[in-house]
Structures are given as C-alpha cells and as structure tokens.
Design a protein around this ligand. Structure first.
Ligand SMILES: [Zn+2]
Length: 344
C-alpha cells in the first residue's frame, strides 16, 4: 500500500518535472506549486463538513483521507489520500482517481463553491486576469476532447521537438497540410511516437506572449482527432502578434494559420486561431478587446461564411471567404494565398 502511494507521489512528481521541463511557463507553473502547497485541506474539509481521517490503514504520512468522490458509494471507507505537502491526491481503489491540481479535487467535491477556497494565485485565476478562462469554463462540445491531466502528462512525456528525421510526421505536415518543413520545425511543434498519445502532433497555444496549453492532433484516423491538454485554456491562439493597429486575421484551424503565416512572412497583420467556430465567453471577450485596437478579419472555412458574417457584425470587422473553390486557406496554393492577402 505504501508502495502504491509512493509510486503515485513519484508519478505526480515526475509529471511536474516533465511539465517544468517542457512548458516554458515559469510563472504559471511555480504558482501551481505554491497554490497546491498553500491550500489548507483540513480547514476546507472541516468548513464544508466533509468527513476525513488523519490516521488509519489507508492513511500515509502527511496525508489525510476522505471518501473518494469518484468512487462514490463504492468506496466503503476513506480511500482517497490527500497530501498535506501539496503533492497531490490519489485513490487506493482506482489508479485513475488521482491528480495534482487541488482545484480539480475541490471542484469534484464542492462544485462551483470550490472557488472560495482557491488562492488568488491559482494559475487559472492568473489566466482569468489576463483575459483567459479556466478549463472549467469549457463548453460541453469543447470538453469532449479534453483528457485527464494525468494521462496528458504521461503522454506529453513521450514527445520530442520535431526534427528533420521525423519522416512520418513531416510527411503528414508537408503532404497533407501543405506546410514547409522549415515552418513546422521553426514553430517548435512537438510530436509523440510512443505512449498514450502516439502519432499526434502537439500544437502550442499562445496568448499574451505566454504558452498556455497544447492541443494534440492525430496524424492518422485516431478518434478524437484533437486532444486538449490540461493547460489548454479556452482561448484564442496567437500565431503572430499584430503590430500597433494592424489588422488581425482569424482562422479556425491551427495548420491553416501556419500556412497563412508562412505565406505572409514580412507582413504586419496578426494571425490568430479560434480553434473552431464556437465562441465561448472568454474568446468573445478576447475578441471584443482586440476589436478596440485592431480591425478583425474573419477568414473562416467556406462552410462557415454565415458565422463569419455574424462575427464581422458583432465585432465590427470583415468576413473574407477563402479563395474560390477552396474549403479553407490551408488547402489553397501559395499563389492563391498571396493574392488572397493582396485583396484585403
Ligand atoms: Zn476512487
């Protein structure tokens, strides 16, 4: 039993190390550690009248245990251990009931009441203040592709930065996505050849000069096509920052945006990915803010032109369809994209 807990601790520790290693988001990650450490679980549980035990056969040193909220009534006693050192929490009965984020457990236990116990420095709070939402604000359609953070961390461990020798990935990106090898290598995409997220390309998500998350696109037929990482916050994704009051072009898909990026090097317009056509509250407020300083050009897919029109009305921008006969900008030729840019 002690072994199981040790391995869950070292597992979550290894996740943290992995994340710190791969995610250049020092401020956010260090505040995760602080937040996890600072939460006074005993007083939260007492205040909320949630039964917990400090000793017993299931309780490890520096832990308190509660009924596992994921196991529910099938947990006959107190199988979920919570580390008082901020090392996370885990269930003896089911290895998937574990994690490091205090927020996740708090939400499971308390629902939206969890908010009152979360320190201001929670990464989600930080992101909220910078105009970003938390994973809990994801709309149902978007959260379908959201996977358990432990699984995500494990998967991310098997990634490496795309190189010229990653033939299979380059073949997909160059032949299917019409991107140049230079572009994808320069953009720092990561890929996984092994592990739970094998044969996926990891696309970084940036907002306000920070890496805030990843999505992982299958290069084969795996379902779902996109998996969304724990850091992925329901946000717009900046591919190129706009200058002063220069226009911002909004596209639905990450790879289409990369295609526009590589065809427009030296241009001053910004490029932002919306990741789909549905706008959450967060994305909406980001767009509102952007529209105050930049003209917005909605370059959505051909089948979403009615939505592009709506958005152009709502945000005082323009809807510009893809080149004639093309589903989206991503499948247009370099020449077509260049003349598409010319007409703006
Ligand atoms: Zn459980």
């Amino acid at each position: 039993m002690v072994d199981a807990l040790t391995s869950y601790e070292s597992f979550s520790q290894s996740c943290v190390e992995t994340r710190l290693d791969f995610f250049p988001m020092g401020n956010i990650m260090s505040s995760v550690a602080t937040a996890a450490h600072d939460l006074d679980w005993e007083s939260v549980l007492q205040t909320e009248g949630i039964e917990y035990v400090e000793r017993g056969p299931n309780v490890a040193r520096n832990h308190i245990n509660i009924h596992c909220p994921w196991c529910g009534i099938s947990d006959p006693s107190h199988h979920l251990g919570i580390s008082l050192d901020g090392k996370g929490w885990g269930c003896w009965r089911d290895r998937t009931h574990r994690g490091r984020s205090p927020k996740r457990l708090l939400y499971k236990l308390l629902g939206s009441r969890a908010e009152r116990y979360l320190p201001r420095e929670e990464p989600e709070a930080l992101l909220q203040s910078s105009g970003l939402g938390s994973r809990f604000t994801l709309t149902p359609t978007e959260s379908e592709d959201f996977i358990d953070s432990a699984q995500w961390d494990r998967g991310f461990k098997f990634t490496h930065r795309l190189t010229r020798s990653d033939d299979t990935f380059l073949q997909y990106l160059v032949e299917t996505r019409l991107l140049s090898a230079d572009t994808v290598i320069r953009k720092g995409l990561r890929v996984a050849q092994y592990g739970p997220m094998s044969w996926r390309v990891f696309c970084p998500i940036h907002w306000e000069h920070k890496l805030v998350g990843w999505t992982a696109r299958s290069i084969g037929n795996a379902s779902p096509r996109y998996l969304v990482g724990p850091g992925r916050i329901d946000t717009l994704n900046v591919i190129r920052e706009p200058f002063l009051d220069s226009p911002v072009i909004l596209l639905e898909g990450y790879f289409d945006a990369l295609r526009l990026w590589e065809c427009s090097i030296g241009k001053e317009f910004g490029i932002i990915v919306t990741h789909g056509t549905a706008l959450s509250q967060i994305k909406t407020s980001q767009l509102k803010k952007l529209s105050q300083t930049h003209p917005l050009i909605f370059a959505l897919d051909d089948d979403a032109q009615h939505i592009a029109m709506e958005y152009s009305l709502a945000f005082d921008g323009w809807a510009v369809p893809p080149p004639r006969g093309r589903k989206d900008l991503g499948e247009a030729t370099t020449g077509e994209i260049r003349s598409w840019i010319q007409q703006l």
